[in-house]
Design a protein around this ligand. Sequence first.
Ligand code: ATP
Length: 352
Amino acid sequence: MKKIKLAVVPGDGIGTEVVPHSLKVLDTIAELHGGLAFEYEHFDYGCDYYFKHGAMMAEDGLDRLGQSDSVFLGAVGDISKVPDHISLWGLLLKIRREFELEINVRPAKVFEGIRSPLLNPKDFDLVVVRENSEGEYSSVGGRMYQGDNEIAIQNNVFSRRATKQAMEHAFELAKSRRKHVTSATKSNGIFHSMPFWDEVFKETAEKHGNIETSSQHIDALAATFVTHPERYDVIVASNLFGDVLTDVGAAIMGSIGIAPSANLNLNGQHPSMFEPVHGSAPDIVGKGIANPIGQIWTARLLLDHHGEEEMGTLLLDTMERVTADGFLTPDVGGGKKTEEVTEELIRRLKAN
Ligand code: ATP
């Protein structure tokens, strides 16, 4: 029996609603598989934990999470309770940094039955591989002078190692998809880091001769992403460009409640972490209407990561049949509850 040990951190707000439902789905997958079992260790880290203990997670929290095969996280933060710099840096970003989760993989496609602002939503089916540890989100820089003379300097940091890692991952991923990688660049306006980015992309592309490539400036790419999404299969992007593109992607998918993500550790020294793109959504918490798809699709990424691609595909295909038949939460124009959507998915998985 193959065992996958998961550290489960529902976190805050709707994280505590969509995670338990997703675990039921994972248990159904394990049952159908026959040779697979999930072992869960639950952690109540988050804003409520902060109020009780003065920290977002226990002192030995990282060690304990680090003993798992993967971390399955819901959402972290609630600005009305705890300032973002405490909640995010005390838990989510701490895990990302300490577990060296250097790339963030975000698939995007429009599910059948879900309204999208695109004219041809079927053409939108791609993956953004985002460098997750440096780039524009570095802490290098500072402010000086005062009054009208004040200036702020923010430096971008691009290391060859992290850049190459993100690109290698994008090419590997493209092999199992439509064999095309697009690089998001801006070397006509950013004179040091982006020509460097292009150089590493070219070197990586040369090693993967069977994969088609293109390179596009981010402004043009962002426009074509909407007008001609069929041109994209895998997009590799820096931290900032990837962040922006994937939020546009979530809007195209119909709701941020659908978008999944995987934060991958590539050196094998720590677990990877799987979390949906959405936050804790305090405005709908407790109503039972959170869209569970982002968390369930995230579970699919976890299955893929642990070599269970077949079960992952079954899960997503079944999810799409559920949406196609109108089992939709209010954020995507339906009237169903989180539980109803999940139960229908489980029923169909079992009926397979
Ligand atoms: P954060 O800073 O943590 O990302 P946020 O408030 O900016 O938080 P979200 O928590 O993702 O962002 O919420 C943004 C909007 O999307 C809210 O109106 C919320 O209700 C909605 N939303 C987010 N996730 C879901 C979901 N799973 N189902 C339905 N609506 C959602």
